[in-house]
Design a binder for this molecule. Structure first.
Ligand code: GLN
Length: 197
């Protein structure tokens, strides 16, 4: 299975290592034509505005075609790129997932943290770095992992969606490539393998 990692900017190398540990052949994608060689793509964290600049109009259009047809996993800035609606500030998205995402939503004081969330009901470590928040989840979008609990004393007592999926598109507001746990990349590789059958 050939998996591309968009390698324009951001923490693409940690994804490469994790995917290779799980037995995938990894291609670092720097040019649009490389999208033709891969079965699935990871869009890493970084700065989503910078990604848009580096992609340019042609790169953005080619990526938009790709995510419509092939499995794609976006983490953090990658999640922002995959969204249909982006706030703070408003920014173009690829529209692969019907979600509204708010950039840098945790404020400066807690902009980076390691917290425990739940992935398919099981506890899992989550690393958040200047993370966005998924503020709205469209009707056909599944919530695969959440963070926060209903025991807290703050007003928002519901767990927040932090890993969501619609068909072949998966997006996380955190960085699973920075934890030792391999479950989330494994989940994505299983999605890609199923798509190939
Ligand atoms: N704050 C970044 C953005 O808005 C995302 C941060 C990240 O990818 N770790 O694009």
């Amino acid at each position: 299975m050939k998996i591309g990692v968009l390698a324009l900017q951001g923490d693409f190398d940690a994804h490469r290592r994790r995917l290779e540990e799980l037995g995938a052949e990894v291609i670092m994608v720097k040019k649009p034509d490389q999208l033709n060689e891969i079965d699935g793509l990871v869009i890493p964290g970084g700065e989503s505005g910078t990604f848009l600049k580096l992609l340019g109009e042609e790169g953005f259009a080619r990526l938009k075609d790709f995510v419509r047809t092939k499995p794609t996993f976006g983490t953090c800035a990658g999640c922002i790129l995959l969204a249909s609606e982006v706030e703070n500030p408003t920014q173009n998205g690829l529209g692969a997932l019907d979600i509204t995402v708010r950039r840098n939503a945790y404020g400066r004081q807690i902009d980076s943290s390691i917290r425990e969330g739940r992935f398919l009901g099981e506890p899992i470590e989550m690393v958040f770095i200047r993370a966005p928040k998924i503020e709205r989840v469209g009707p056909d979008v599944e919530v695969i992992a959440t963070e926060g609990n209903n025991e807290g004393t703050n007003e928002d007592k519901t767990a927040a969606p932090v890993l969501v999926r619609k068909d072949k598109t998966l997006a996380a507001t955190f960085h699973p490539e920075l934890s030792d746990d391999r479950r989330i990349h494994k989940y994505f590789l299983d999605m890609v393998a199923r798509g190939k059958q």
